[in-house]
Structure formats: structure tokens, C-alpha cells
Design a protein. Structure first.
Length: 104
């Protein structure tokens, strides 16, 4: 996970993306319900929570970028690779790893 960066640091990367991605909706807070590792090897453990800002996808690298905010002010970049040998299985089952923070 790369960051923190000031608010709107990565906005140009995701502002034209759809407001939803799989189970995620821009502006909503999510919590990790099943631990996973991102492309950089950083673990996202159960209980971690963040606001989904947007995403970007680079098809020639199968690179998926999730942009999030932990505190509503600073931004973080979660890098993933959408291939079977990397984070593809996690992305394909994202709803098993993340849940709306208010769904307790």
C-alpha cells in the first residue's frame, strides 16, 4: 500500500472511473473481513477499514489500483495484479474479503 498522500493526489487516476467496482461503491467505508496481501506484499488484516475513492485498471499489466482513504483526509494506493497467480482470486471474490463497515 502506497501512501499516505494528500487528498486528491490520485484523483486524476480514478475520477473518470465508474462510481462502483464489483462490491465497492465510491464514498463508502469498508472493512477487511478476511486477511489478504496486495501486490506489494502488504497485508490487509481483518478489521482494517477505509473509504473507497475509486479504481484504475491497466489492462496491459493486469494492474488494478484501488484508491482509498483511511481517515477521510489522506489517500492510499492499493496495488493488485488481476492474474490467477497473483491477486486475481482475491479480486474475483472481493465481497468475501471486504464488507461495508456498517454491516455488523
Amino acid at each position: 500500500m502506497i501512501g499516505p498522500k494528500p487528498k486528491n493526489s490520485w484523483r486524476v487516476a480514478w475520477e473518470n472511473s465508474e462510481p462502483t467496482f464489483l462490491c465497492l461503491v465510491r464514498g463508502r467505508r469498508y472493512r477487511v473481513v478476511k486477511t489478504f496481501a496486495d501486490f506489494d506484499g502488504d497485508l490487509h488484516r481483518v478489521g482494517e477499514s477505509w473509504i473507497f475513492l475509486g479504481r484504475n485498471f491497466l489492462p496491459y499489466e493486469d494492474g488494478l489500483s484501488l484508491f482509498v482513504s483511511l481517515d477521510g483526509d489522506q489517500e492510499w494506493h492499493i496495488r493488485m495484479r488481476w492474474t490467477p497467480e497473483e491477486q486475481g482470486p482475491i479480486i474475483d471474490a472481493l465481497g468475501e474479503y471486504l464488507a461495508p463497515a456498517d454491516a455488523d
